[in-house]
Write a protein that binds this ligand. Sequence first.
Ligand code: C2E
Ligand code: MG
Ligand code: MG
Ligand code: MG
Length: 283
Amino acid sequence: KAKELGGNNHRFFDDTMNELVIKKDQIERMMRLALERNEFNVHYQPQIESATGKIRGFEALVRWNSPELGFVSPEDFVPIAEKTGLITQIDELVMYQACLKNVELQHQFDYPFLMAVNISALQLGRADFVDKVQLILNETKMKPEYLEIEITESILVESFESSISILRKLESLGIKIAQDDFGTGYSSLNYLNVLPIHTLKIDRSFIQNMTSATAEKTIIESIINLVHKLGHDVVAEGVETKEQYILLKEWNCDFVQGYYFSRPVSEDKLVELLMEEKNYKNQ
Ligand code: C2E
Ligand code: MG
Ligand code: MG
Ligand code: MG
């Protein structure tokens, strides 16, 4: 009986392993195809200025709707795209689309919206990244001061020196740099002084716990004060309730982003939203 069980376990384990390998392999193959077939597109989530209710701008978030796999979450395919290097192409196409869209929206609504894009750690290790960004700005006629590049803390751990030098080059072009997901992973307050950042985004895990736990409240309020003293702006991510918004406003958090205001939406929905919700910018 034990032998039988062992046999079964062994087979079960093998199958699972195979499935995992096949899944990653399949996603990689499908991603290459998806790039050729233009299956990636961009959704946009508004960022709101807390004090006024005006729209600051948008975060561009990649979306992949595969005819074979259905909707695949960035949480699932971005890590694989990073391992295979495909993230370079994906990030570039998202930045291009997002800049193009922002120029169009600024024109249509006569408003200086900002566009934030996520950039993988890998890009900051590439010598030609700054040139690529410059090229995209030229081609889309996007002014650098309206582009914000979001980076995560893992970047800083992986290749600190070269990342800093690339960030400084981007900064000298007039581009804004945001530190994403602050409070997760290898957070260090030291980085806040070393990095040429303009904006710090507090991770949604903090925001989502804050109404229930007093400790989170204290931490968030202190982070906001500290970041302001360093001269940076603060964006709170993952704001889902009115209570969270009210508290963040009270604590002078500059900008808020989350489902309470809007989910990430397609470009068509975004235009509808901006037309309906003119109060966002007029309040
Ligand atoms: P992120 O940059 O921290 O983006 C915020 C994520 O939180 C998005 O998930 C967004 O849909 C989600 N979110 C926004 N508001 C709320 C809220 O109120 N509640 C909850 N529960 N979630 C909220 P998404 O779009 O699935 O993206 C996940 C991650 O994938 C992003 O985290 C980012 O790290 C990465 N990613 C997305 N697009 C790109 C891209 O174009 N390039 C790269 N390199 N990474 C990307
Ligand atoms: Mg982000
Ligand atoms: Mg984030
Ligand atoms: Mg993230």
